[in-house]
Write a protein that binds this ligand. Structure first.
Ligand SMILES: *Cc1c(COP(=O)(O)O)cnc(C)c1O
Length: 359
C-alpha cells in the first residue's frame, strides 16, 4: 500500500494485485474505500444476535460499485490505445462508463433499454457526455448487440465480460477483509449479470490464497422474482422487476457465479418487488441509509435467511449495497405516503399544530 496520505483510488491502493505496470496511466476518480456501516437498529428489531455490516457502494464517485470495474477497464482500454468504449447497461454501467471516458478523454457509447432506466442514471450519463443509443429491447438484447458490434467498429467493450472489470470489482472484498481484519461468515449480494458475485469470490479467494484471511464467506446471491435465472436454473427471456439494475435474464457471468455458489457452499434465492422495496425502506427509515431498490435485495435476502436460521445467530454478515438511492427518485417517492404533503398556512400557529399532531 502507498504511504501517501491523499487517497487516489483502488488501483493505486491495490496495484500489486492488479494488472497494471509502473508506466500505466491510471484513469481514476478516487473510487473505492467505501464505508462499512454496521447496522444497529435492524438486528435489534428482528431480535437476532447477528452482526450485519453494509458495504455502501452507493458512495462511489458515480454512485455505484460499477466505478470499481470501470477504473480498471478504462485504464486498460486507454493503455491498449482504444479511442472509444461501449457497453449495454441498465443504467449504472452507462453512468460509470460515461464518467471514466470523460476523465480519460475518450468516447463512450451506451446502449440502454427504452424507458427502463432510472432518472438519476440517465441524468448522469447525459451530463458526462456519452453517446446514448436507446434500443427498443431489454438489457439482454443490448448486451448481445454490443458483443457483435465490437467486431465491426473500433470500440472496447466495458461490460463485465471485460475481465478487467472483475479485477477492479474484486477490490471490494479486499477492502472488507482489510477493514474487519477477517472475512465475514456470509456475504449477501444482489445478482443481475452476476459479475459482482464472481468478482467478490475472486477477491476473497486471492486473499485466502495469500493468507491475508484464513476463511472465505458463504456467498448468498439474491435475485428479483421476475428476473431470477439462477433460481430457475436456466436463462429467462422476459425479465421483469422494479429493481431495474437487476432486470436481467441472461447473465453473462453464469459459470463464474455458479462456481462461487458451489465452492462457497452458498445459495441463490429470489424476492418479490414488494419485499425488495420493503427492505429498501427499512434500511432508510431504521438506519438512515438510502440505497437503490436492486441493492436492497441483499438485505431482503439476509433478513429472510437470518429469520429462518439458515444464517445462524452469532454470524458476521456483509451485505453489499450496490447503488445509491438517489439514482432512482421516482421509485422512492412513489412508495412514500408523505411524498405529497398537504400545504398549511405559513404561520407559527399552524406549524405548531402540525408538529403537536404528530407527537
Ligand atoms: C449492476 C448492478 C447490480 C448487479 O450486479 P451484477 O454484477 O450485474 O450482478 C446490482 N445493483 C446495482 C445497483 C447495479 O448497478
Amino acid at each position: 500500500m502507498s504511504t501517501q496520505k491523499h487517497y487516489t483510488g483502488l488501483i493505486e491502493r491495490y496495484r500489486d494485485r492488479l494488472p497494471v505496470s509502473a508506466s500505466t496511466r491510471i484513469i481514476s476518480l478516487n473510487e473505492g474505500n467505501t464505508p462499512m456501516i454496521q447496522l444497529q437498529n435492524i438486528p435489534r428489531l428482528i431480535g437476532k444476535d447477528v452482526e450485519i455490516y453494509v458495504k455502501f457502494e452507493g458512495l462511489n464517485p458515480t454512485g455505484s460499485f460499477k466505478d470499481r470495474g470501470m477504473t480498471m477497464a478504462v485504464t486498460k482500454a486507454v493503455e491498449e490505445g482504444s479511442q472509444a468504449i461501449i457497453c449495454a447497461s441498465t443504467g449504472n454501467t452507462s453512468a460509470a462508463a460515461a464518467a471514466y471516458a470523460a476523465r480519460a478523454g475518450i468516447k463512450a457509447f451506451v446502449l440502454i433499454p427504452e424507458g427502463k432506466i432510472a432518472q438519476g442514471k440517465l441524468a448522469q450519463t447525459l451530463m458526462y457526455g456519452a453517446e446514448i443509443i436507446q434500443i427498443n429491447g431489454n438489457f439482454d438484447k443490448g448486451m448481445s448487440l454490443v458483443k457483435e458490434i465490437a467486431d465491426h467498429a473500433p470500440v472496447t467493450i466495458v461490460n463485465s465480460i471485460n475481465p478487467f472489470r472483475l479485477d477492479g470489482q474484486k477490490t471490494a472484498a479486499f477492502e472488507i477483509v482489510d477493514d474487519l481484519g477477517f472475512a465475514p461468515d456470509y456475504h449477501c449480494l444482489p445478482v443481475g449479470n452476476a459479475g459482482n458475485i464472481s468478482a467478490y469470490w475472486k477477491g476473497y479467494t486471492e486473499y485466502a490464497v495469500s493468507r491475508v484471511c484464513s476463511t472465505r464467506p458463504v456467498m448468498c446471491g439474491y435475485q428479483a422474482a421476475g428476473a431470477a435465472p439462477f433460481v430457475a436454473g436456466h436463462m429467462i427471456d422476459e425479465p421483469e422487476t422494479i429493481a431495474t439494475a437487476i432486470r436481467i435474464g441472461h447473465p453473462q457471468s453464469w459459470d463464474f457465479a455458479w462456481a462461487a455458489q458451489k465452492e462457497s457452499g452458498g445459495w441463490f434465492d429470489k424476492f418479490t418487488d414488494e419485499q425488495i422495496l420493503a427492505a429498501q425502506k427499512m434500511l432508510s427509515q431504521y438506519e438512515g441509509i438510502f440505497c437503490e431498490p436492486a441493492s436492497a435485495t441483499s438485505l431482503a435476502g439476509a433478513l429472510q435467511d437470518i429469520g429462518s436460521g439458515k444464517i445462524p445467530e452469532g454470524s458476521k454478515i456483509v451485505c453489499t449495497l450496490t447503488g445509491n438511492g438517489l439514482k432512482d427518485p421516482d421509485t422512492a417517492i412513489s412508495q412514500c405516503a408523505a411524498a405529497h404533503p398537504v400545504t398549511i398556512e405559513a404561520s407559527l400557529d399552524a406549524v405548531k399544530r402540525a408538529i403537536l399532531d404528530c407527537l
